[in-house]
Design a protein around this ligand. Structure first.
Ligand SMILES: [Cu+2]
Length: 252
């Protein structure tokens, strides 16, 4: 029933804003249609078997042939589901981002997301765990003695230009969080000690919710942020207007 309601788009995900999301939505829709039809067919067969049970006993050979046909059909269907899903996953996840993709570092912390952009040099500066201090204005532990990091921008909102590929490096500084943007069909765990990369291209300007999909503590439910997908000019102006992270009080 839920498969049929989903396939009819009565219950569906929020509108897709990412390029790769079109293929994900299409695959999910075909899977739900196939499962919905299978559900109906299974019940029709069950009912028919109850009604015609004596007749079936009288024709064992033809019934056996029908079973093999059904079994072969099911095998083909499940093989198609597995192969098409694996191929889609491979195209999205097994290839890295293009060299010109916009680099953004995402950091999860109980209970907030931080987004770091490199400055004009396009390079992130060093971070050091011993420098992490949110009260001092340095929640990511930026090393301000590193000249490459002087122009890094840290934001609590993710702002991206429409139509440009983005390479996100996802990290956590405490527990496992789940970086989740339903409107971009993106989900990736943030694991302490690792940097996981996912890439995507937002193609529809607008506002999208960013959630945490792993129960990460008492404030998990309020671990939310916003993604704003804006025209390229607006993004450039936003980036230029941001003060680089020079907070004299937090320098070592
Ligand atoms: Cu979390």
């Amino acid at each position: 029933m839920s498969a049929m309601l989903s396939a009819a788009r009565v219950w569906w995900m929020p509108p897709d804003g990412a390029l790769h999301g079109i293929a994900i939505d299409r695959l999910m829709w075909w899977n739900l249609v196939a499962l919905g039809l299978l559900f109906v067919a299974a019940h029709v067969l069950l009912f028919a078997a109850m009604v015609h049970r004596k007749k079936a006993h009288a024709q064992p050979r033809s019934s056996l042939r029908k079973e093999w046909i059904g079994l072969a059909g099911l095998t083909l269907m499940y093989a198609w589901m597995a192969i098409s899903a694996q191929r889609l996953w491979a195209t999205i996840r097994y290839q890295g981002a293009a060299p010109g993709a916009l680099q953004v570092e995402v950091t999860g912390e109980q209970f907030q997301w931080y987004f770091r952009y490199p400055g004009a040099d396009g390079v992130f500066g060093n971070t050091r765990p011993d420098l992490i201090s949110a009260p001092a204005g340095n929640p990511l532990g930026l090393d301000r003695t590193d000249p490459r990091g002087n122009d890094d921008i840290v934001s609590s909102a993710l702002v991206l230009p429409v139509g440009r590929e983005v390479d996100l490096g996802i990290r956590s500084i405490d527990v496992i969080h789940g970086f989740f943007i339903p409107g971009m069909r993106l989900k990736q765990n943030a694991v302490p000690g690792m940097e996981m990369h996912i890439h995507f291209t937002p193609i529809v300007a607008g506002d999208y919710s960013i959630l945490c999909s792993q129960v990460c503590g008492l404030g998990h439910a309020r671990m939310q942020a916003h993604l704003r997908v804006v025209p390229a000019g607006e993004y450039a102006a936003w980036h230029a207007s941001h003060e680089p992270q020079h907070t004299s009080g937090a320098a070592p």
